[in-house]
Design a protein around this ligand. Structure first.
Ligand SMILES: NC(=O)c1ccc[n+]([C@@H]2O[C@H](COP(=O)([O-])OP(=O)(O)OC[C@H]3O[C@@H](n4cnc5c(N)ncnc54)[C@H](OP(=O)(O)O)[C@@H]3O)[C@@H](O)[C@H]2O)c1
Length: 309
């Protein structure tokens, strides 16, 4: 038997409960991983509350958690990229499964854990890191020498985005609250704007890209800062194509995808010391509800993670 944290109905944090379940076994291209650490993302509380469209009642009982870092216990017959005993990390799909002692994962979605990084820091990377990577490079096509304004630079996605964009050679501007100005500077941002006391419009302009992790009024005030031919990329709601046409820019919203090869590229930057995941706080697996409540407050600095074993 294996322990999982599940919800049997949607609701507040009281719906999370620990269950012992029969462990499923890996199919041909899959691996069974003994999870050492998981991480918490905003999507987890959106799903828990029943407000995430891709997870409806037919998926209950549901185990939240999209990230894991752990050790391979067993490989499916065609899962030859890794072997039992390897330390790996990665992202599970929208079906979840990270808040657990074990997960069955697809070998194409994972990578070798960066050498020298512990499981608690490795598990902070996959979903937030790949969201940042895909937003900046796959969708934003950010190049060296270009400028990007990252809204929400102190959170899980934002703190990776600052570091990736700097590693690429871009000029990075970011908005954070007063207490996080020092953190954003330490991550390497060239211009840090305290959104509590400053108007970012007064400090940014002629941008190649706006990376929007906040939405709403913050996004609406950003259109005019883009150069013609620039791009607004959002992780939240679909941006207005009418506005994009008006300003002569591209604009899009995307959903992060698991990609083991890309995760290996991120791992190489971590190993090279160019990127550091920041773990604000660690909770025990049994305290997953408290960890989720902490992320739900919306003021995370880097990532909140769960220690599983
Ligand atoms: N589409 C996708 O595939 C995808 C993937 C990942 C995440 N997301 C979404 O993207 C958003 C960000 O994710 P995350 O994991 O980075 O969230 P997070 O870890 O909760 O971070 C949010 C950050 O935003 C800061 N913030 C709040 N209001 C702000 C404002 N007006 N201006 C600038 N910063 C502000 C918060 O700190 P302060 O309050 O101290 O400023 C916090 O550090 C979430 O809504 C998440 O659901 C979507």
């Amino acid at each position: 038997m294996s322990k999982v944290i599940r919800l049997h109905r949607f609701g507040g944090n009281d719906v999370l409960q620990a269950d012992d379940v029969e462990q499923s076994q890996p199919d041909a291209g899959e691996l069974l991983v003994s999870i050492r650490a998981a991480s918490v993302n905003p999507v987890d509380f959106k799903i828990r509350s029943g407000k995430y469209p891709a997870v409806k009642g037919d998926r209950l009982p549901y185990t939240p958690g999209r990230d894991f870092s752990g050790i391979i216990e067993k490989c499916g017959a065609q899962a030859t990229r890794f072997k039992a005993g390897d330390e790996v990390f990665g992202m599970v799909g929208i079906h979840g499964g990270g808040y657990a002692e074990h997960a069955v994962v697809d070998q194409s979605a994972i990578a070798a854990k960066p050498a020298g990084l512990d499981h608690l820091h490795a598990t902070a990377i996959p979903l937030a890191g790949q969201t940042a990577w895909q937003g900046l490079f796959r969708h934003g096509r950010l190049q060296a020498g270009q400028s990007v304004l990252i809204h929400g630079g102190s959170g899980g996605v934002g703190h990776f985005a600052i570091q990736f964009a700097k590693a690429k050679g871009a000029r990075v501007l970011t908005t954070v609250s007063t207490d996080n100005v020092k953190f954003a500077r330490e991550l390497g941002a060239d211009v840090v704007i305290d959104y509590k006391t400053q108007r970012f419009e007064d400090h940014a302009g002629e941008l190649d890209m706006v990376f929007d992790l906040i939405d709403g009024e913050t996004r609406e005030r950003s259109w005019s800062l883009l150069k013609k031919g620039g791009v607004l990329v959002s992780t939240l709601t679909e941006p207005s194509q009418q506005k994009a046409d008006e300003f002569g820019v591209r604009a899009l919203r995307y959903t992060v995808e698991a990609d083991g090869a890309e995760l290996a590229e991120i791992a190489a930057l971590v190993t090279a010391g160019k990127v550091k995941p920041h773990v604000q706080r660690t909770f025990a697996l049994d305290a997953a509800a408290d960890a989720l409540a902490s992320v739900e407050k919306g003021h995370s600095i880097g990532k909140i993670v769960l220690k599983v074993a």
